[in-house]
Design a protein around this ligand. Sequence first.
Ligand SMILES: Nc1ncnc2c1ncn2[C@@H]1O[C@H](COP(=O)(O)OP(=O)(O)O)[C@@H](O)[C@H]1O
Ligand SMILES: [Mg+2]
Length: 342
Amino acid sequence: MDVLERESRMVAIATKAVREKIVPIGKSSQYYHSDLLKATTHGGLAIALKSVEPRHLEKVAYDSGIEVAKLVAYRIRENLLEYYELLRKAEVPVSDLYSIEVDISPDGVVLLEVSKDAGEDFRTILQKHSEYAPRHISEVIHAIKGVLSNPSLGIDTNPANFCLTKGDGNGWTDLHFVDLFPPMFLNKDGVYLVGFPQPECRLAEFNKNRYYTDKGALRILRFNLMRINSWFEEEFSNALQNSLDTCHARELIDFFMSLPDQKALTLLRDGKKEDECSLKMERDQFQIDDLREIAFRILPNNPELLDELFKLTMMNFLIPEEERKEKLQTFKRLLISEVCKL
Ligand SMILES: Nc1ncnc2c1ncn2[C@@H]1O[C@H](COP(=O)(O)OP(=O)(O)O)[C@@H](O)[C@H]1O
Ligand SMILES: [Mg+2]
């Protein structure tokens, strides 16, 4: 299915779900797990139409047939709904969910999430307006507190997963979390869900630490802020101190100071390029946070290149292990050539 076809399919499904005519605003954008189309209803309701895992579902339908793709889509739907409720119970301000539809036709299965348009995402806002960082970073930390203290709930804290709407003045208000995929909660079979399909044990365990623990989730938030603007590292520390009790904030700051990128920083300052390079070479595909943070120390003011490096270390479970390893090698080669230029 091409992009245009998918768009009109999204509008048709949403029209049925909301029982009102939907008017798209602009073109749909493709993201990591989703395609997003912003729209309004004739009644003036601003909604976000999100096709969840479109490429994955297409592949399943192609490889194993529509019936299997249908089952997969229903399984994901169930998990999305459960995750949404768990996040709400944990008092995370999740954007209102109107409906999740599974649309089956002879040429494909579409899983469509229909939710309230929560505005502009925090990453995009910060790229344009760094002055909004102090206030809203603290808000994000407040918003996820219930997850940080709940070991059976995970969250992807990338700032792109939080949206704000434009306020009356020139500021932004009304923070909402928007990314329900992959759902991350301890399910009734005792599995800590981290992806769909759930990856093999070692990868699953590793991601459980990244998304289900306070240190892991805040580390992801911190890194994703720093890579937008190196100044946000300090803003993040300030926000931690403002939002959490002193003891907890101290423990987290000590944790961040103990990470390998601090060693990289010292080695770079002392001109020990070779030691710095071996620090990277020692790390495998499971240590992507270490690698990303080391990359940041080498290129603190190059968000474009950091973005490229970030993509090379994305844990896409659906690509074969060999290909992931190849990407990791490219990442290391690229970084080492950057160290040599210093
Ligand atoms: N309800 C929403 N309102 C406004 N923007 C949204 C909404 N949901 C998603 N977005 C935008 O779409 C992007 C991708 O959606 P997301 O659910 O995070 O999917 P992915 O898993 O592909 O990252 C978000 O980063 C945000 O910019
Ligand atoms: Mg996202």
